[in-house]
Ligand binder design. Structure first.
Ligand SMILES: [Zn+2]
Length: 238
């Protein structure tokens, strides 16, 4: 904060230059490096006036590669479907580009009504594109493991992308075999992305079971749940 020396260093594809502003008698200056950058720019614009516009060349054994930022591995068709856009282009020393494929993005079969892992008793299931975190636990499981029930799942925006580790609480006569999350009642059913029965990745909506409402089936199914086989293809706008 003592403004005796103000520096700006920079480079163009052709030149590098360092600029210092100061004085011999240590009188503090009233501007910072922004002033040096402005002056640097004015000088370099004149220095480079006649030069062709060039891009910076990468020198050395560097290569660029696109990887999935969650797994750190090469993208698959599932990685490219993540609506958050998890692909990143990065620079690698040659020979260090990952050779394994993204194993964090997976398809899991979840209950269409609750978004949790389907039990054999769930009527409608969908295949959800989800993420297995590199540390192995979903946010939900982590909160449960540490008894952090005051932290709402909804406060963790990425939690809805996790592969669920608990089972559907609604169609579940045997929670000891199919554990239910303590968060189940408050968990958002909204699902940012899933794969519909015809294999299309559908993004940006709540889970809605395939709409196979048959007018002659009464609302109250009683002991005869709707036949899960009657799946209609859901035509989303593409
Ligand atoms: Zn269910």
């Amino acid at each position: 904060s003592e403004r005796y020396d103000v520096w700006f260093c920079g480079l163009t594809p052709q030149y590098s230059a360092a600029l210092w502003i100061g004085n011999d008698v240590n009188i503090p200056m009233n501007q910072g490096s922004g002033a040096a950058a402005t002056l640097w720019s004015r000088i370099m614009q004149r220095v480079c006036a006649g030069l062709p516009r060039e891009e910076f060349q990468m020198r050395g054994d560097f290569v660029t590669a696109t990887v999935d930022r969650i797994s750190g591995k090469l993208p698959t068709s599932l990685s490219t479907s993540d609506p958050r856009g998890t692909l990143v282009s990065d620079i690698f020393i040659e020979g260090t580009v990952p050779t394994e494929y993204d194993d964090a993005h997976v398809l899991v079969t979840v209950c269409a009504d609750t978004g949790y892992l389907a039990t054999p008793y769930c009527v409608d299931t969908v295949s959800k594109l989800a993420v297995i975190r590199p540390n192995g636990s979903s946010w939900e499981k982590t909160l449960v493991n540490y008894s952090m029930y005051s932290v709402g799942l909804r406060s963790l925006p990425d939690a809805i992308y996790d592969a669920p580790e608990f089972y559907c609480p609604e169609h579940n006569p045997n929670p000891s075999a199919y554990p239910i999350s303590p968060f189940a009642p408050e968990k958002e059913v909204d699902n940012p992305f899933y794969v519909d029965p015809s294999g299309n990745v559908v993004t940006g909506g709540a889970i809605t079971p395939p709409e196979d409402e048959e007018p002659d089936v009464p609302e109250d199914y009683g002991n005869n749940p709707p036949d899960p086989q009657t799946e209609e293809q859901e035509d989303e706008d593409n």
